[in-house]
Design a protein around this ligand. Structure first.
Ligand SMILES: O=C(CO)[C@H](O)[C@H](O)COP(=O)(O)O
Length: 218
């Protein structure tokens, strides 16, 4: 099985958590498999709140209604992928650049089910460059501050987020204190969102593996 097969396996296993109402849907290639699978059980739900324009378009193509988060209350379920997870289900997200809306929808949801292939489970976060969404005028200032924290920020040139902002991908961070670093980077002026999800980690991690889907809870 290749990596994409494992993503699909994890995505399909997440259907077990889909009950009723409006559900939160994230962004990325694993979530694309989830959206495609969701189409087969769309009669169960009223619709979805999405974390990106790309996911919204895919949901609509399957005839799944997309709601504004402001039009619905707390969501019972959020399903999204991740770039890395540790054993506490603290995550690095934002490889697709949708981290701000992902963090908002995750915060507004009771249960966050993270879906990934098994290569995403790591001992210590930081092997994957940490995405940070920044206001355009603050790009150089935020980059200098991230260097002070020991990282090597690289501007994702040519990429603009759904919110009209930029992404710095920070290499060379060994994130031994995810909550502390999430809080610290959030205090830098000009940072919109850092892609560490430690204050709101996942509740369930479903990993696709050659032996079948593996479910991890903290
Ligand atoms: O955080 C994300 C997008 O901003 C994605 O969940 C993350 O990048 C994983 O993507 P994929 O499912 O394609 O491996």
């Amino acid at each position: 099985m290749n990596q994409d097969d494992l993503k699909k396996q994890a995505a399909e296993a997440a259907l077990d958590y889909v009950e009723s109402g409006v559900i939160g849907v994230g962004t990325g290639s694993t979530v694309n498999h989830f959206i495609d699978a969701l189409a087969s059980v769309k009669h169960r739900i009223e619709g979805a709140v999405s974390s990106s324009e790309v996911s919204s378009e895919r949901l609509k193509r399957h005839g799944i209604q997309v709601f504004d988060l402001n039009a619905v209350g707390e969501l019972a379920l959020y399903v999204d992928g991740a770039d890395e997870s540790n054993g506490q289900l603290e995550l690095i997200k934002g490889g697709g650049g949708a981290l701000t809306r992902e963090k908002i929808v995750a915060a507004a949801s009771r249960t966050f089910v993270c879906i990934a292939d098994e290569s995403k489970l790591v001992e210590v976060l930081g092997g994957f460059p940490l995405p940070v969404e920044v206001i355009p005028m603050a790009r150089s200032y935020v980059a200098r501050e991230l260097v002070q924290l020991g990282g090597t920020p690289v501007w994702r040139e040519g990429f603009v987020t759904d919110n009209g902002n930029l992404i710095l991908d920070v290499q060379n961070l060994e994130i031994t204190d995810p909550k502390g670093l999430e809080q610290r980077i959030n205090t830098i002026a000009g940072v919109v969102t850092v892609g560490i999800f430690a204050w709101r980690p996942a509740d369930v991690l479903i990993l696709g593996s050659a032996q079948g889907p593996r479910t991890i809870k903290p």
